[in-house]
Design a protein around this ligand. Structure first.
Ligand SMILES: [Zn+2]
Ligand SMILES: [Zn+2]
Length: 140
């Protein structure tokens, strides 16, 4: 089962003069993306960026990353990876939490649908809508 984790994505923008001179600072790229998982990590990056004359700016934003294991079996124990005939189909649904995958078991006579990451109370994706969307993936 996976889950959404909120992190900060910081874009380090290098000053033009630093762009090609300092290979350690981006290797010719004018920006670099770094992730901070905690507020402490974010503060360290921001302090480093402020003190670095080669950094022209460091906008950051809150993003969500999917962490943990993706489901490998349906709730009846059928493997999702298997051959083409039984491989699970999945579909994506946007949600305030970041989004959800609905996995439709591909085994014959199995109608299991798994939602991953699970739908929580603060989600706006209705479980039933996810399942209905996913069921349409099933070959008839
Ligand atoms: Zn199944
Ligand atoms: Zn959600």
């Amino acid at each position: 089962m996976s889950e959404w984790q909120a992190v900060w994505q910081v874009t380090i923008k290098y000053a033009d003069s630093a762009r090609y001179l300092d290979s350690a600072a981006g290797g010719g790229y004018d920006r670099r993306e770094v992730m901070a998982e905690t507020a402490v990590q974010l503060r360290k990056i921001v302090e480093w960026a402020r003190a670095n004359p080669n950094v022209a700016g460091f906008p950051y934003r809150r993003v969500r990353v999917r962490v943990g294991d993706e489901p490998e079996f349906c709730r009846h124990g059928h493997g999702y990876a298997g051959g083409a005939a039984t491989r699970a189909r999945h579909d994506w649904t946007d949600c305030v939490c970041g989004g959800h995958f609905a996995y439709v078991c591909g085994w014959p006579d199995c109608d299991d649908v798994r939602i991953d990451p699970p739908v929580y109370a603060d989600c706006d994706a209705p479980d039933a809508a996810l399942v209905a969307k996913a069921r349409r993936l099933r070959p008839s």
